[in-house]
Design a protein around this ligand. Structure first.
Ligand code: HEC
Ligand code: HEC
Length: 296
């Protein structure tokens, strides 16, 4: 805040408190006596008259106490422009203190989990309950609360893996993140729309869904030059680069002809964000075990 706005905010905040005190003072002064009288203000409506009596004492004192409370609050906590308050309180500081407190309270649980081997951990019911909560907070927004995924977000409960389902690979996925890269039209950017159609027929034929064998055969030839380098000569995929198996009728981006054609024409680039820095090593260990438990 610039010093002008800082001054302005402080001026208005303190001004309204002192304004209130001043108002109480002057209205008290103009009152002639503290005792209730039969004097009226002169207002008369429908036979109802308004007495001109002083405020009850307790009410008046409450007013004054409130003003002093407000004033003290401004001195202790930040509120007057750039003045930080004598207590040095900040919302970030409070949050950090709460996190530290929680870390102290629950940290040892994660340390214990971290010392347990992954396979054993993935069979520990209590640990998996904690894992489920971590998953709900950090992963479910993309992979779904049950880990079943959706279009573009892999299902983690099946045994079909883009990058591999052994413990170390899952851990690496979480630590480093993953970036899929399916280039437009594979390695042959000059491919015609007819070629794309042939390729779609070829891919559909693995699940017996192509109605044009000659197109599928042409696609098979095209496949070997434009696609096999990544998806393998048998189209069973390559986990090292996250190229999916195209023969198993499990689809990351959908397996209809329309969706396959879309994948070929526009490419795909799924991103799994790295969890390093977001989650502690212990939590990544626990989540690795949780992902393992999902696919059992
Ligand atoms: C922003 C969305 C997003 C979040 C959040 C996210 N993921 Fe992912 N995850 C993805 C995408 C997209 C992929 C696929 C990457 C690709 O297409 O190459 C993926 C891939 C994976 C894989 C590899 C699957 C395979 O078949 O090899 C695992 C395991 C995984 N995620 C686990 C997790 C866990 C555990 C969390 C929580 C800590 C998490 N993800 C959070 C989007 C996300
Ligand atoms: C440079 C390596 C590379 C080449 C070449 C390549 N792909 Fe891919 N392909 C990938 C990767 C990696 C993915 C996963 C993308 C992601 O995770 O976002 C993918 C995804 C796909 C998918 C989506 C699969 C699903 O489950 O939804 C299809 C279909 C596909 N490729 C077909 C092809 C065809 C056909 C060709 C040849 C024209 C080809 N790819 C060439 C790497 C490649």
């Amino acid at each position: 805040m610039t010093s002008f706005w800082s001054f302005w905010v402080s001026f208005i905040s303190l001004g309204s408190i002192f304004g209130c005190l001043w108002l109480i003072y002057v209205t008290r002064k103009s009152q002639t006596s503290d005792v209730e009288t039969e004097n009226t203000t002169g207002h008369n409506f429908d036979g109802i008259e308004e007495y001109d009596n002083p405020m009850p004492k307790w009410w008046l004192y409450m007013f004054i106490i409130t003003c002093f409370f407000g004033f003290a609050y401004y001195i202790i906590y930040p509120g007057l422009g750039n003045f930080k308050g004598v207590a040095d309180w900040t919302s970030t500081g409070q949050w950090e203190a709460e996190v530290a407190q929680a870390e102290e309270k629950y940290g040892h649980i994660f340390t214990e989990f971290a010392a347990t081997p992954l396979i054993e951990l993935s069979q520990d019911k209590n640990a998996m309950k904690v894992g489920q909560r971590l998953f709900a907070n950090n992963c479910a927004s993309c992979h779904g609360s049950a880990g079943r995924g959706s279009i573009g977000f892999p299902n983690l409960t099946d045994n079909d893996w883009l990058y591999g389902g052994d413990p170390e690979t899952i851990r690496t996925t979480l630590i480093n993140g993953r970036q899929g890269a399916m280039p437009v039209k594979g390695l042959n950017p000059s491919m015609s729309n007819g070629d794309v159609d042939d390729l779609a027929h070829y891919l559909l034929s693995f699940s017996g869904r192509s109605d044009d064998d000659t197109a599928a055969a042409r696609g098979a030839t095209m496949y070997q030059t434009a696609c096999a380098a990544c998806h393998g000569t048998d189209a069973k995929g390559m986990q090292a680069i996250g190229a999916p198996n195209l023969t198993d009728n499990v689809w990351l981006y959908g397996g209809t002809k329309k969706r396959i054609t879309h994948t070929l024409l526009y490419g795909r680039a799924g991103v799994m964000p790295s969890q390093t820095g977001k989650l502690s090593e212990e939590k990544i260990h626990l989540l690795t075990a949780y992902v393992m438990s999902l696919s059992k």
